[in-house]
Design a binder for this molecule. Structure first.
Ligand code: ADP
Length: 264
């Protein structure tokens, strides 16, 4: 459903946004936000595009921490509807529920309708300005919340992030089927935590099994956009608010994220 408010806000906040790309995952904790952040920075810095990043993971916002952004966005008047000014770092404009929370460690306890209206405010009530692409870090899963959100957003396409274990891929299949029913275009899959390279001996180990995402993607005729290894550098840099793409131009991980960004 679409309220008249969300319709008019859509005209305002999103009117100059060319493409909206959702980064989604069937399960939590597979690296969806890490992927969204690094791809957004790659699009902005390496491909020189105008990029926004919306943290639609309202109950588990992590974009603020990963992007090293804090502070309350200002409301600026814009005709009859005031719009929120996004915060910016690494050439990416960002909006997240965490910017409005006194204490990020406390849960945002919201019921369904509140979730939808909060999402609307962040998505349509932000002054995104002229953007080539708005990356939306979706909440994990493929339930009602995602469908609800997805239907109200003019999506150009979705990227599905998964780890290679069977248990994650089982949920991915459900997600792909749901996206197909809803006619959401799927841009491709990213295999995160694909393998691990031993620091001491250089041995490459497929900790969670080999080729799982490739097989699932092939089954549905979906492209695999890239494989990102399990590496402590990816984790520690995100935790420190300086994601690998923003802080280590020489890293092979940066190259991998840029490659994914180029395929979008
Ligand atoms: P999600 O958004 O799917 O819940 P996150 O992106 O928040 O997942 O990632 C969960 C945790 O895993 C974070 O601590 C993150 O730094 C870490 N992580 C994500 N991808 C990788 C990776 N490729 N290698 C190592 N750690 C990773």
């Amino acid at each position: 459903y679409e309220t008249s408010m969300s319709k008019s806000l859509k005209r305002l906040g999103l009117s100059l946004v060319q493409n909206v790309v959702a980064v989604s995952s069937a399960k939590g904790g597979v690296g969806k936000s890490t992927t969204a952040v690094n791809i957004a920075i790659a699009l902005a810095t390496s491909l020189s595009l105008r990029v926004g990043l919306l943290d639609a993971d309202i109950q588990g916002p992590s974009i603020g921490k990963m992007m090293n952004l804090k502070g309350k966005p200002e409301l600026q008047s814009h005709g009859p509807h005031p719009l929120l000014r996004p915060l910016e770092n690494f050439r990416v404009k960002a909006m997240s529920m965490s910017f409005f929370m006194e204490d990020e460690s406390k849960p945002a306890v919201l019921r369904g309708p509140m979730m939808s209206s909060t999402f609307d405010k962040l998505m349509f009530g932000t002054d995104w300005g002229k953007l080539d692409v708005l990356i939306v870090d979706m909440p994990p899963g493929t339930g009602d919340a995602q469908i609800n959100l997805g239907q109200r957003v003019p999506l150009s396409g979705a990227i599905i992030v998964s780890t290679p274990q069977d248990i994650a891929l089982m949920d991915v299949r459900r997600g792909v089927e749901a996206y197909r029913l809803l006619k959401f275009p799927i841009l491709g899959m990213v295999e995160n935590m694909s393998y691990h390279v031993c620091k001491n001996c250089g041995h490459k180990e497929h900790t969670f099994g080999e080729g799982g995402v490739k097989r699932t993607a092939a089954q549905y005729g979906i492209d695999v956009l890239g494989e990102i290894p399990l590496d402590i550098a990816i984790c520690s840099k995100s935790d420190a608010g300086s994601p690998v793409v923003a802080s280590d131009a020489e890293s092979s991980h940066t190259a991998a994220y840029i490659n994914i960004a180029k395929k979008l």
